[in-house]
Design a protein around this ligand. Structure first.
Ligand SMILES: [Zn+2]
Length: 671
């Protein structure tokens, strides 16, 4: 029997022949592809000729193409259409893959060759992209510790191993605390709660076998409870339990884990020659330095705090009118804010939904891409991994650009959330490779399928990522599409959301499913107004978390992170009725792994850029300004990681981004 996954695919556009792939194919294919990749790496490391860009860096780019192909298919189905076999395989192969890639990055013979090419880079007459790929490859090895020798090398391995253990423990403790706590509600405690909260509380109660409705610490249940429950005592009890996750003493306490993690990260950065962990972490980002991050966060902080304080005064008045004396507490904010929202922006979701038909919103996303970038989308009939998936041939001036796959509906076999991935990335080396790009969402089915406004934004967001992949025009795959700095990667996606808000787009595509009428202007204004509601609160809880994350890693590691958290919050004057969006014992972004450590700021960094970038369209004469669209493609959507992101942004905008457009977009006033 031949394994389809390991063969060349003679299919339209070289798409994976899903109708010929069975679950039994994955394990042997993954095993063989890993072996092939290891053999390719060994051959590069053992090459008998002097190291050159071609026999080292390009050879590394070329290696692993079989593995990429197998993983492209496997991760697609494991995320979007899993089953017990695929789950087992994922558990089995995740550690193997991690070990495989860490072995490559600590391969001394290979690193010696990369370092030789790097040291002699001026002799090779490299293109700008080649120079960038060389820099990134070399830097990747150095940052992984490949240059360390002897005891330093051994210590680095120890630190990495221990950090991985601590990260897992942190996550598990948090989950354990989230799962073990629940608050039982009596029938009269349900008063004032909307049906969807009551239903969710009842099904949570069944799951817990509690003999009645319960509130758990899952965000999707506790947040609406805090928004709607008129019972201040219950809100307080639930909020305090929510805030105590990971800080309940005993076995699941995360505070000592946080302290040890911060100290090991500092040691790791210093072994690699950096002043501290934030400096190490931010080197690869657009921001580049802790000062740049702090500057941005503080530019946003003061206006956000001023807005939050003004809002707190309004909410306090509402609370006192309700007969509650004293200060507004964190467990009061969401409740009174919701009442205020109902009074000021009463937005009837049920009346809104018929205007957001999934198919019309897909058309809207495509239509904007046609107007901006001349892309055309033509349905493709090809076998895919699930009958809900749809595919399109994406062309420009009649030429094939990419295949786009949309997998929009929720189902039990799909993980939650929404994402964009490339089953195949764009590249021109060693051969031209056109991208196969997917958007996966979790929208509810229906006939016709209707979206909430948030869903429609998600659709545009993921399609923005897809454009970054589809319009990619680089030589090397390692810098293709979304292979960019973390604080740059959300720019294309968040920017694309702005086109959903363009009135002419909504009036053409937000068409009532039954009457065929476009959305009334008044409703549209309400939708856009509600999007900015309570932004002082949202910005304060977020920026406080981002600042604490930054200060944890910029400077020597605090012995007591909770004390450090307290002093950072005191120094910025944290409003009393707002807490951090993620307090330290729950801050999984920062402590479950180091993906977002010193990096929690990046959501806002991207938002600053998307607001500033869209403003440049408005300044130039409109959302579809052809010159701006051209510049966006030339400097951002086609360039991937082939140049420094700050330089790319400057080339697009003529300057670095400022916070004014973000403050305006969030309804905050500049300080
Ligand atoms: Zn995104």
């Amino acid at each position: 029997m031949t394994n389809t996954l390991l063969q060349d695919w003679d299919t339209p556009f070289g798409l994976a022949p899903f109708d010929n792939i069975s679950d039994e194919d994955f394990e042997p294919a993954l095993a063989e592809a890993l072996e092939t990749h290891s053999a390719e790496i060994d051959a590069i490391a053992a090459c008998e000729y002097d190291p050159t860009f071609a026999n080292t860096i390009e050879a590394l780019e070329e290696a692993g193409s079989q593995l990429d192909r197998v993983l492209g298919v496997f991760f697609t189905v494991a995320g979007a259409d899993s089953n017990p076999v695929r789950e087992d395989l994922q558990r089995k192969f995740s550690p193997k893959l991690a070990a495989h890639f860490s072995e490559i990055s600590s391969n001394k013979a290979l690193f010696a060759r990369v370092a030789h090419v790097w040291d002699n880079r001026d002799d090779y007459d490299l293109t700008d992209e080649q120079a960038r790929v060389l820099m990134l490859t070399h830097r990747g090895f150095v940052r992984a510790g490949a240059a360390l020798e002897g005891t330093d090398d051994a210590r680095m391995k120890e630190i990495k191993g221990r950090l991985a253990v601590l990260g897992t423990q942190f996550t598990q403790n948090l989950l354990a605390d989230e799962r073990s706590w629940f608050m039982k509600l009596e029938e009269n405690d349900l008063e004032g709660l909307p049906d969807f909260v009551v239903d969710a509380a009842r099904s949570a109660g069944e799951e817990k076998d509690a003999g009645g409705p319960v509130i758990t610490l899952s965000r999707s249940l506790i947040v609406p409870f805090l928004q709607f429950s008129p019972r201040r005592d219950l809100r307080e009890k639930a909020f305090l339990a929510w805030q105590a996750r990971g800080a309940n003493s005993g076995e699941t306490d995360n505070r000592a884990i946080a302290a040890e993690t911060l100290s090991l990260r500092e040691e790791r950065a210093q072994l690699l020659g950096y002043k501290n962990f934030a400096t190490f972490k931010l080197e690869t980002e657009m921001a580049k330095s802790p000062d740049a991050v702090r500057g941005l966060l503080m530019d946003v902080w003061e206006p956000a705090k001023a807005q939050a304080e003004a809002d707190a005064a309004v909410l306090t008045d509402m609370m006192q009118a309700d007969g509650v004396n004293g200060d507004l507490a964190p467990w009061d904010w969401r409740y009174y804010a919701e009442k205020r929202r109902m009074a000021e922006h009463d937005l009837d979701e049920a009346a809104l939904k018929p205007y957001f038909q999934l198919d019309r919103m897909i058309d809207a996303a495509f239509s904007c891409a046609t107007r901006l970038f001349a892309l055309e989308f033509e349905p493709l009939d090809v076998p895919l991994y699930h009958s809900d998936c749809r595919a399109w041939n994406v062309t420009r001036n009649g030429e094939h650009v990419a295949v786009f796959i949309g997998d929009y509906f929720a189902r039990g076999s799909k993980r939650s959330g929404a994402w964009c991935s490339a089953m195949r990335s764009q590249a021109k080396f060693p051969d031209v490779q056109t991208p196969v790009v997917m958007n996966v969402c979790n929208f509810a089915k229906g006939s016709p399928a209707l979206l909430s406004y948030d869903d429609a934004r998600t659709l545009f967001h993921e399609f923005g990522h897809a454009l970054h992949q589809m319009l990619s025009d680089v030589t090397y795959e390692s810098v293709s599409g979304t292979s960019v700095a973390r604080d740059f990667v959300e720019l294309p996606s968040q920017l694309y959301e702005h086109w959903l808000e363009v009135p002419e787009v909504l009036s053409e595509f937000a068409i009532h499913a039954k009457t065929g009428e476009p959305m009334p202007r008044e409703m549209l204004d309400k939708v856009l107004g509600a999007a900015n509601f309570d932004m002082g609160f949202a910005t304060v809880e977020y920026v406080a978390s981002a600042l604490v994350d930054l200060e944890f890693h910029d400077g020597s590691a605090p012995a007591d992170p909770m004390e450090k958290q307290g002093s950072v919050l005191a120094s910025i004057g944290m409003p009393a009725a707002i807490t951090m969006r993620h307090a330290t014992p729950q801050f999984a972004h920062v402590f479950s792994g180091d993906g977002y450590s010193s990096g929690y700021y990046s959501y806002m960094w991207s938002e600053v850029m998307d607001a500033d970038a869209f403003q440049s369209f408005e300044e130039a004469g409109g959302a579809f300004d052809p010159e701006r669209a051209k510049a966006l493609e030339a400097h951002i959507l086609s360039t991937g990681g082939s140049e420094d992101p700050a330089e790319l942004y400057k080339a697009f905008r003529g300057r670095l981004p400022g916070v004014d457009a973000l403050l305006k977009g969030r309804g905050l006033k500049a300080a």
